[in-house]
Structure formats: structure tokens, C-alpha cells
Ligand binder design. Structure first.
Ligand code: CTP
Length: 397
């Protein structure tokens, strides 16, 4: 589908130099006629064009001068424009040295034939197709094929891209590409932790994430992405089942899916966290959720209030993950979430002091008693709590 408004706007910028629709945009346009994100390539001053186009489209412009790219986000479009460049990989898996080059060289530095096609921006449409590596043929044959043997060594994250495209598009990985892929997994240990983590987040956005995870395992890559976490098919199947569960849109899927992988092996979290550079805060929240899950799964014997209280300090994803495990006996998500929010102890140590109890270690002991009584539904309000405590002390005398 051609967006005539965008085409009309873009052709005002043709004087900047050769200007193309490129990469995933061309692939998706040829495949199903829909462009989700717009990728453009310019052999010219990308920053000047980006600023001017951003003003015309009233979009938010971000410039990355190291990578010679500009992105423009508007309510209607997500646009990335890259300066035509060549990339030199000084050692395997290192970030490339980027320098301006011709648009032909730019197509040649890309990952797969189906992503190395371009269509010039013209007055009324895109086209004709520029396809130096046989991308259109590979699209027809549903094939993921690299451009050269060193592609995965240069950028090992492309291995995961190949697996994502294979499952997303229902393609096959071409034989030679597959042979390199199987052999080049170890290079993934040489990319930065942040890039590995980013690849995990991208995998989590795929509808067929479980199939991707099974492929990673079957093609020999599991330990290079997940190090000491063992592959457990039940866990990847659970991720797939979870995808049918009503979801909230803003939830961080990478967090939830990781919990599924770790729930039977929580002790593997610290090493993985280090390998991916997960922030301390996220790591703590993951660990906390895993330990609360063990508690809430203890069984129906556990007082409801104790469950809600234990969940209070978790992030929304942690609460949702536990809710998923309790779904047979918990009501609606909305109700459940409200109960968690309301599960505050109605009285604190300060209330006890104010009510005349003596400050000191005894207060801590009384609070434990109070907490247990509250979880077992012995009282609800602060006043009832204080009365309960007085009665409890009286009885003990
Ligand atoms: N690219 C590459 N090697 C990479 C990442 C990207 O060669 N490691 C190239 C590909 O030509 C790709 C383009 O840069 O098509 C844009 O990258 P990106 O937006 O990440 O990928 P898309 O192909 O658009 O994939 P998606 O549909 O997942 O956004």
C-alpha cells in the first residue's frame, strides 16, 4: 500500500541526493504490501534532510551522529533515515567503523538478500526495484540467505535475526547460511552484554517466540545466549500458552518471558544477569518475583491476604506473572490487582507507639503477631488491630 501523502512529502527532498526506501521496508512491502516502519537510505546530508523532513512532518527528530542516522517519529510514521555507509569490522563481533559510502556499498554491507533491496523515492511511487543479490527470488522461494560467509562473524546478532525472520515469515534458512550459523554461535560471547540483552528483548516481541527459542536450542546456540540457564521445553511451551492469556499492552514481555525460563532454576539468574548486563534493579525485581511465586504456589492453605501482601512490592509484570499461576482460583485481573494494591497492613509500629506500647524490640515481635493475625483475617481496621493486640497481651498474662 502506498502512502501518497508521505510520497508527496518525500519527493520534495530529492535534491539531497540518491534517496531510497530500503531494508525491511522493501521486504515487507513486497511480501504483504504493508510497511510498518519506514527505513530510508540517503547518499547525501542525512542530518539536514532529517531536520527539514522532521519539521514538515511535525515529528520528533533524533540524530545519531556516530551512526549517521536520523529517526523521526510522528503520530503516523516511524521513520529511520541512514546515510549510505560502509562498515569495517576490525575484529569479530566488534561494533563496525562506519564511514560514508555509495548506496551500492551500503546494500552490500547488509545481513540477508531479502533485506538488501532498495526502491528509489520517486515523484508518484517507489521503484523500480533495485535487487543486486537476488532478494526478490529469495522472497519468492521463502529463503533467508546471507550475502557472504563472514556475515555472522562480523555481527553475530544476525544469527538471531535469521531465526526471527525464519519464524516470523515462515521461511527456510538456506543451507550455506545455516552451516555458518551453526558454527558461528561462539561469536555471540564476544558482543557486549547490552547487545545480547537487546536481542532477547527483540525475540520477546516475536509472536512465535517459542519456536524461535526451540530453534536456538536445536541449532546449538542456547548456551551462547543463555549461558548456564538450561533449556526446558515445558518452559518455552508455557510462554506459548501465556501468549493466549489476555494481556495488558504496556507490560514488559521480556521480563515475564524471562521469569518463565527461570522459574524452575532461579539460582541461574545472577550469572545471566551479569552476561546480559541486566540492571541491579531489574535483577532484584526478577529475583523477588521468583521467590514470591514459590510462596504463592504453596497451595490453597495460604491465607489470601498473605498472598496479596507478598505481591505488593512487585512490579506489575511480577504481579501479573503470579496472577497467571493463580488464575484458576483468582478472580479477574482487575479485581486481583486492586486487592494487591489494598493489601497494606492497617497498622504500623508508629501506631503501636502512639497507642501506648513501649518503644523497643518488643514492638517488632508484636508486629509479627499482628501481621500473622491480619493474614488470617482476625481483623481489618487499625482500631480492630489494636483491640486484638490488647486482648492477645491480656490473654498471655
Ligand atoms: N541490518 C543488518 N544487520 C543487522 C541489523 C540490520 O544488515 N545486524 C540491516 C538490514 O538490511 C535491515 C536494516 O538494517 O533490514 C534495518 O534494520 P532493522 O530495522 O533492525 O531490521 P528490519 O529488517 O527492519 O527488521 P524488523 O522488521 O524486525 O524491524
Amino acid at each position: 500500500m502506498l502512502d501518497q501523502d508521505l510520497i508527496l512529502t518525500l519527493c520534495r527532498f530529492l535534491h539531497y541526493g540518491p534517496f531510497f526506501l530500503v531494508g525491511g521496508s522493501v521486504r515487507d512491502l513486497l511480501l504483504d504490501g504493508v510497511i510498518r516502519d519506514y527505513d530510508f537510505l540517503l547518499e547525501g546530508d542525512v542530518f539536514a534532510l532529517g531536520r527539514e523532513l522532521g519539521t514538515v512532518l511535525k515529528g520528533e527528530v533524533s540524530i545519531n551522529s556516530d551512526f549517521l542516522t536520523v529517526s523521526i517519529v510522528t503520530g503516523r510514521y516511524n521513520i529511520d533515515i541512514a546515510r549510505a555507509r560502509k562498515e569495517v569490522y576490525e575484529k569479530p563481533a566488534a561494533l563496525p567503523k562506519v564511514s560514508p559510502a555509495s548506496w551500492q556499498e551500503d546494500l552490500a554491507r547488509r545481513d540477508f538478500t531479502v533485506n538488501a533491496m532498495a526502491m528509489p523515492v520517486r515523484k508518484r511511487d517507489w521503484g523500480p526495484l533495485i535487487d543486486p543479490f537476488g532478494g526478490e527470488r529469495d522472497l519468492r522461494q521463502k529463503m533467508i540467505r546471507y550475502l557472504h560467509k563472514g556475515s555472522f562473524r562480523d555481527d553475530p546478532t544476525r544469527i538471531l535475526r535469521a531465526i526471527r525472520f525464519k519464524n516470523r515469515l515462515g521461511f527456510t534458512i538456506e543451507e550455506g547460511t545455516l552451516a555458518s550459523l551453526r558454527k558461528d554461535w561462539p561469536y555471540l560471547t564476544q558482543v557486549s552484554p547490552a547487545r545480547r540483552f537487546h536481542e532477547w528483548k527483540l525475540l520477546c516481541e516475536e509472536t512465535r517466540i517459542s519456536a524461535c527459542l526451540n530453534d536456538i536450542y536445536e541449532l546449538g546456540g542456547w548456551p551462547f545466549l543463555f549461558i548456564n540457564v538450561s533449556f526446558q521445553r515445558e518452559n518455552t511451551e508455557e510462554i506459548s500458552a501465556f501468549q493466549d492469556f489476555p494481556n495488558t499492552r504496556k507490560i514488559r514481555l521480556w521480563f515475564i518471558y524471562l521469569l518463565f525460563l527461570l522459574k524452575t532454576q532461579p539460582d541461574k539468574l545472577p550469572a545471566l544477569s551479569n552476561y546480559w548486563g541486566i540492571s541491579k534493579r531489574d535483577e532484584q525485581e526478577l529475583a523477588h518475583t521468583l521467590s514470591v511465586l514459590t510462596l504463592v504456589k504453596t497451595g490453597p492453605g495460604l491465607p489470601e491476604r498473605k498472598i496479596y501482601h507478598a505481591l505488593r512490592d512487585l512490579p506489575p509484570e511480577g504481579i501479573y506473572f503470579c496472577y497467571y499461576h493463580l488464575r484458576e482460583r483468582a478472580g479477574s485481573w482487575q479485581e486481583f490487582y486492586e486487592k494487591v494494591q489494598a493489601a497494606e497492613l492497617p497498622l504500623t509500629g508508629k501506631d503501636l507507639i502512639r497507642a501506648g506500647f513501649k518503644e523497643g524490640p518488643e514492638i517488632g515481635r508484636l508486629l509479627i503477631t499482628i501481621k500473622e493475625a491480619f493474614f488470617h483475617g482476625k481483623f481489618t481496621t487499625r482500631e480492630e488491630g489494636l483491640a486484638y493486640l490488647r486482648h492477645y497481651i491480656e490473654r498471655g498474662k
